[in-house]
Design a protein around this ligand. Structure first.
Ligand SMILES: C[S@@+](CC[C@H](N)C(=O)[O-])C[C@H]1O[C@@H](n2cnc3c(N)ncnc32)[C@H](O)[C@@H]1O
Length: 259
């Protein structure tokens, strides 16, 4: 699902990370000298914003996709970028002041275990924060447009509504369940500019994420039908799409046990 080159990801989803990541960092609340971890860093959109905030030498990042790890290392050579999964973080207990993940919990094999791992490597009193697109109430316009068109062709299409974290309050509920304190949640707003409809459509053909993978598995005539169904849903000429993400953060208590 995330086997595409970094530049394909940049055009599909990274264009939203540019505005989402600063919102996530602000909502998390980080000291300027904090040591921070970016879980599921992809090509490094959030990693770069964290580096701008606390200095790249204070940033660690991890992702299972080797081409994203390579891109993130190249873009942020002073950060500690590793290949691996949230569910088995290769750092000792309590070494970070904060662990963040941007658009990742819904892709973890075991999201609750991944969130517990983020809490384990964060010191007591530190922060764990995560966000995922609102795919339940349709707040992520780009993906909502695509899945609405796909459902007109096949009403049984599930889309991404079943993923962890995409419903209001889900991440916060999970953070409370793993024992974090003072959990706060809300919505973040990102946006992306498009030159025209082709600029919107072409990145779907790069097979990035669930929507791209779904499209790539369809016969060419069905792909073209979805494209044509999307077309009238969007303006002519340049346009900007907004995207809402659900966000939550919680404080690591003393003696949170590894689970
Ligand atoms: C939608 S991308 C988000 C990338 C980046 N955080 C951003 O905001 O642009 C999802 C990322 O999660 C990564 N991922 C998938 N499963 C993971 C897991 N179990 N642990 C950590 N990262 C994972 C993927 O490789 C991909 O880079």
């Amino acid at each position: 699902m995330f086997t595409s080159p970094a530049d394909g990801y940049d055009r599909f989803m990274g264009r939203y990370t540019r505005t989402l990541a600063p919102e996530l960092v602000d909502a998390t609340g980080l000291d300027r000298n904090a040591r921070v971890l970016d879980v599921g860093c992809g090509p490094g959109g959030l990693t770069g914003v964290l580096a701008g905030h606390v200095g790249a030498q204070n940033v660690a990042a991890i992702d299972p996709a080797p081409q994203f790890v390579a891109a993130c290392r190249e873009r942020h050579p002073d950060a500690d970028v590793r290949e691996g999964m949230a569910e088995a973080l290769p750092w000792p207990d309590g070494v970070f002041d904060a662990a963040l993940s941007c658009l990742v919990v819904g892709f973890m094999t075991d999201a609750d275990h991944g969130l517990r791992e983020m809490a384990r490597v964060t010191r007591p009193g530190g922060v764990v924060a995560a966000c995922m697109w609102d795919l339940d109430e349709g707040g992520m316009t780009m993906l909502e447009t695509f899945w609405a068109a796909a459902r007109r062709l096949d009403p049984d299409v599930v889309g991404e509504r079943m993923r962890v974290g995409v419903g209001r309050g889900d991440i916060a509920t999970r953070l409370r369940a793993i024992g974090l304190r003072d959990v706060a949640d809300g919505a973040l707003t990102a946006r992306a500019d498009y030159a025209d409809f082709d600029d919107f459509w072409e990145p779907f053909t790069f097979a990035v994420g669930p929507a791209g993978a779904y499209l790539a598995a369809l016969p060419a005539d069905h792909q073209e039908q979805i494209r044509q169904l999307c077309r009238p849903l969007l303006p002519d000429g340049p346009f900007t799409l907004e995207a809402r993400a659900w966000f939550a953060r919680g404080i690591v208590p003393p003696l949170l046990l590894d689970g």
